[in-house]
Design a protein around this ligand. Structure first.
Ligand SMILES: [Zn+2]
Ligand SMILES: [Zn+2]
Ligand SMILES: [Zn+2]
Ligand SMILES: [Zn+2]
Length: 591
């Protein structure tokens, strides 16, 4: 059932088709929909993000046979072997031994567009991983310009980086989440321009440091928070250089038990620290969190670069203008709606994924260097195609309005009765992934029961296929005692018997990885890579905003003896224990 529209001066209140809750479409939103000629959405902003993310699998990898003619080899792919799809190795996919247009279909005006698109998707070869210029990085998905890396995803220009997600320009590092331009780093979250910095959160330009939260420009600091350009501080106490190194030497940082203890202390320090209502650097007229360089952006998250006039979007970099409901994975894009993984360079792309360097594309997947496509899959350097069939410019321009009209007359109706006309992203039930294999689970985690109830797909993970040769608790506690032979073991993850949507049950340590641990001086992990990723995700706030008040009651601030009355949009939920300050109070305390 379509939601009813009530017009208010503040906008129009609509009932979300998916969650049945009310949401508001603002006047500025209508302007955008008008500009790109799409009808207003029928899903609320959060349900739209979830629907898109249910199509985005960055980290779940499988082995499946290569379907390219004459090929028999096993591939690493983001597509499960249970999916009846045609999957090619990257070389074959990019080669000219196959013609994507040979799969072209005449548009059928009797059948819903979404079903016709799904049928085409099921027969056109798909590249095994969403990679471009990935060298010696077979286990890296959604990786661009990535070299000698392993189990990294959502990466751009990384080298010798392991087990990381959403990182760019990193080197010789492991276990990072949303980290930019950093080197010799380990287990960091939301850090940039750091060097040899470990177990840290929300830091910038820090060097040779451990367990820092919200520090900028610090060198040789340990267990500190809210510091600016300091050296030789330990647990927020200024020490002399000699004292600092003397105390540092007392910690055996190569011992797993020490790190566990320090992580507990760090958590306490984090809770006692001041928290800025949002991390916003050089930001104008914007709401959201983890923003740097944004202007007129609303409800955006994890954006870094020149990002303007954008709403309901996340994980963007370089330059984005006029985008709604876009991301993850956006760079140098203008006019984008309900799109993700756009690569670098694109204009007026609506309802697309993995469409790079293209313009005027709608409802297409895995296309490169194209223009004027509708409902296409796997095309390179093509224009005026519909469902992979070539048309002339004139034919194309005549047909497109007819198809959009037909999409409204013959919509797709899913199992739950949700109606998909022109203007909706692809139904999640057509996704090639289980909800739990996608970034939807990272950012909007739900149980199998909830997912099934909402009509999302789910795929139980097979974890018993590994023959565990050692339990993680039996590994040497200290890195110094670890022998190269550990690379032959299949290690049981500490969480393997806990019911977890993430745990892979077992993991291996590669020789490159062991050498990196030795270089960095960090002990072997006791958890599998996905459990470690899940722990890092727990340290971030959700991509949601709450309207709250500053919690500051400091007497020496601009608000005098009373409590600060400043209000803001924050990603700290009201029931969170953190002390949350407005920008002014935070600046007064921290700088
Ligand atoms: Zn909703
Ligand atoms: Zn695990
Ligand atoms: Zn305040
Ligand atoms: Zn204050």
């Amino acid at each position: 059932m379509q939601g009813e529209t009530k017009t208010h001066s503040a906008g129009s209140v609509q009932v979300c088709q998916n969650c049945k809750k009310n949401f508001t479409i603002e006047p500025e939103d209508f302007n955008f929909y008008e500009k790109i000629k799409v009808p207003p959405p029928t899903f609320c902003p959060e349900c739209r993000t979830v629907r898109r993310l249910a199509w985005r699998n960055e980290m779940s990898l499988f082995k499946r046979k290569c379907d390219a003619p004459g090929h028999e080899e096993m591939l690493i792919s983001f597509l499960s072997p249970e999916e009846k799809l045609i999957v090619y190795d990257s070389n074959s996919w990019w080669g000219d031994s196959w013609d994507p247009l040979s799969y072209g279909k005449e548009y059928n005006f009797e059948k819903s567009f979404f079903e016709q698109w799904r049928d085409l998707r099921n027969i056109v070869p798909i590249q095994c991983l969403s990679n471009i210029k990935a060298t010696n990085s077979d286990y890296c998905n959604v990786a661009e310009n990535t070299k000698d890396s392993y189990m990294c995803s959502g990466t751009w220009k990384v080298e010798r980086t392991l087990y990381s997600n959403r990182v760019s320009e990193t080197k010789d590092s492991s276990d990072l989440y949303v980290v930019y331009r950093s080197e010799l780093c380990y287990d960091d979250i939301f850090c940039s321009d750091c060097y040899h910095t470990f177990y840290s959160l929300n830091c910038k330009s820090c060097v040779d440091s451990y367990f820092l939260y919200d520090c900028v420009g610090c060198t040789d600091c340990f267990g500190c928070s809210n510091l600016r350009t300091k050296s030789y501080c330990m647990w927020n106490e200024q020490l002399s250089k000699e004292e600092y190194f003397h105390r540092l030497a007392e910690y055996n940082l190569k011992d797993y038990r020490t790190i566990l203890e320090l992580k507990k202390n760090f958590k306490e320090l984090y809770l006692k620290s001041l928290h800025r209502f949002a991390v916003q650097i050089k930001v104008a007229n914007s709401t959201g969190d983890n923003l740097e360089g944004t202007k007129n952006c609303k409800i955006c998250f994890d954006a870094n670069g020149r990002i303007e006039d954008t709403k309901y979007s996340h994980w963007m970099a370089i330059g984005v203008k006029d985008a709604y409901d876009s991301g993850p994975g956006m760079g140098l894009i203008e006019l984008s709606y309900e799109s993700f993984d756009t690569g670098i360079g694109g204009f007026r792309n609506l309802f697309t994924s993995v469409v790079y360097g293209s313009n005027d594309i709608e409802y297409s997947f895995n296309c490169h260097g194209c223009s004027n496509l509708f409902g296409c899959i796997g095309l390179r350097s093509k224009k005026y195609c519909i469902l992979n069939k070539q048309y002339t410019k004139e034919e194309y321009e005549k047909l497109i309005p007819k198809i959009k009209e037909q999409m409204n007359k013959v919509p797709y109706v899913d199992k739950r009765g949700i109606i998909y006309k022109y203007g909706e992203f692809f139904p999640a039930e057509f996704s090639t992934f289980g909800y739990n294999e996608t970034q939807a689970q990272d950012y909007f985690p739900i149980s199998k029961e909830q997912a099934t109830k909402m009509g999302y797909r789910w795929r139980d993970r097979k974890i018993n296929e590994y023959q565990i040769t050692i339990e993680s608790k039996d590994l040497s506690a200290s890195l110094d005692e670890v022998k190269n032979s550990v690379t032959k073991e299949i290690i049981g993850c500490e969480n393997k018997n806990k019911s977890s949507n993430y745990c892979r049950g077992a993991y291996k340590i590669t020789l490159d990885e062991l050498n990196l641990y030795r270089k960095l001086g960090v002990p072997l992990p006791r958890l599998c890579f996905m459990c470690r990723h899940e722990n890092r995700l727990k340290m971030r706030n959700p991509m949601k905003l709450w309207h709250r008040k500053c919690m500051c009651d400091k007497k020496n601030h601009f608000h005098g003896t009373g409590k600060c009355a400043v209000e803001f949009e924050t990603s700290y939920a009201p029931d969170k224990p953190e002390i949350v300050y407005c920008e002014k109070c935070y600046q007064q305390e921290v700088y």
